[in-house]
Design a protein around this ligand. Structure first.
Ligand SMILES: [Zn+2]
Length: 251
C-alpha cells in the first residue's frame, strides 16, 4: 500500500521552477527536514490564489504531503513573512547570495533547524542594514562555517600557530592565514591581500559593529568573496558559485 502523510511545516522558498506549464517545483528549506522539493500541481493556473505568495525569500506555513519518494506534494500555504518585499535591486543582492549558497549546500536533518534559523536571522538583520550589506553576508558565511564545524581561524597563523597581527596572505591548502615570518617560506598557492582587504579582515570578527567605518572597493569585495567560497569548496570538495554577487558595485 502506498504510504503518504501530511506535514504542516514552515519553510523559506529558495527556488521555483516551472514544471509542465501549470505547475511549479519548489525548493524550500524547512526546520524539520532541511531542504526539500515540493511539486505544486496546477498552481500556475489563472485564479490560483497560492501563486502570489510562492516567491523566493518568502517564509510560509505550508501543508504538504510526503510521498514514498523524496518528493513532497503541495496542498496549501500561508504567508508568514516576505523578506525580499520592497527591497531595491542592488541591496537585494546579498539576500540572493545567501539563497544561492543554500541551494548548493546540504543540511543534516537533525541540524536543519539551526540552518533555518541562521537564514531567517540573516534576512531579518539585513532589513536594518543601510550600508555595506555585503559585510553582513560575510558574517552570515562565517556563521555557516561554524555550524559545519569548519571555522576560519582569524587569530593564529595556520603554519606556526603564532598570533596573527595582520592578514597579508591566505594558504588555501591549510585553510588559514600566514604570519609575516612564514610568509617568507616558498609557498606555491598563496592568495595575497592588499591593504583594503587586510583592514576588512581585521574587523571580520566584529564586522557587524563596523559597517559605517568600512571602506570597501570592488577589489576588496571580490577578494573576500572568493576567500570564503574557496574555504567552502576546500571542505566540500566541489566548486561554489555566487552569481548574484558578480554584479555588486561599490562607490
Ligand atoms: Zn607563521
Amino acid at each position: 500500500m502506498r504510504q503518504t502523510r501530511d506535514c504542516s511545516w514552515q519553510g523559506i522558498l529558495l527556488r521555483k521552477v516551472v514544471y509542465r506549464n501549470s505547475s511549479l517545483l519548489l525548493d524550500i528549506i524547512t526546520p524539520q527536514a532541511g531542504k526539500i522539493t515540493i511539486l505544486a500541481k496546477g498552481v500556475r493556473n489563472p485564479n490560483n490564489h497560492f501563486l502570489s505568495i510562492l516567491e523566493v525569500g518568502n517564509e510560509l506555513d505550508i501543508l504538504i504531503q510526503k510521498s514514498t519518494t523524496d518528493l513532497y506534494y503541495f496542498k496549501q500555504a500561508e504567508l508568514i513573512h516576505a523578506y525580499f518585499h520592497g527591497i531595491a535591486y542592488e541591496p537585494s543582492l546579498p539576500y540572493y547570495a545567501a539563497v544561492e549558497l543554500y541551494l548548493q549546500l546540504s543540511f543534516p536533518e537533525e541540524e536543519a533547524l539551526l540552518f533555518y534559523q541562521l537564514l531567517k536571522e540573516y534576512f531579518t538583520y539585513m532589513k536594518k542594514v543601510s550600508i555595506n550589506g555585503i559585510a553582513i553576508f560575510w558574517r552570515f558565511f562565517l556563521r555557516l562555517f561554524h555550524l559545519y564545524g569548519i571555522p576560519i581561524d582569524f587569530s593564529k597563523c595556520c603554519h606556526c600557530h603564532s598570533t596573527l597581527s595582520g592578514y597579508k596572505a591566505y594558504l588555501p591548502s591549510m585553510n588559514g592565514f600566514l604570519c609575516d615570518n612564514c610568509l617568507t617560506h616558498k609557498w606555491t598557492d598563496v592568495i595575497f591581500f592588499v591593504n583594503g582587504e587586510n583592514d576588512a579582515l581585521k574587523k571580520m570578527n566584529h564586522i557587524g559593529n563596523c559597517l559605517n567605518q568600512l571602506i570597501l572597493t570592488d577589489q576588496t569585495i571580490r577578494s573576500i568573496n572568493s576567500l570564503l567560497l574557496n574555504h567552502m569548496s576546500e571542505h566540500f570538495h566541489k566548486p561554489f558559485h555566487l552569481k548574484s554577487l558578480q554584479s555588486i558595485r561599490h562607490e
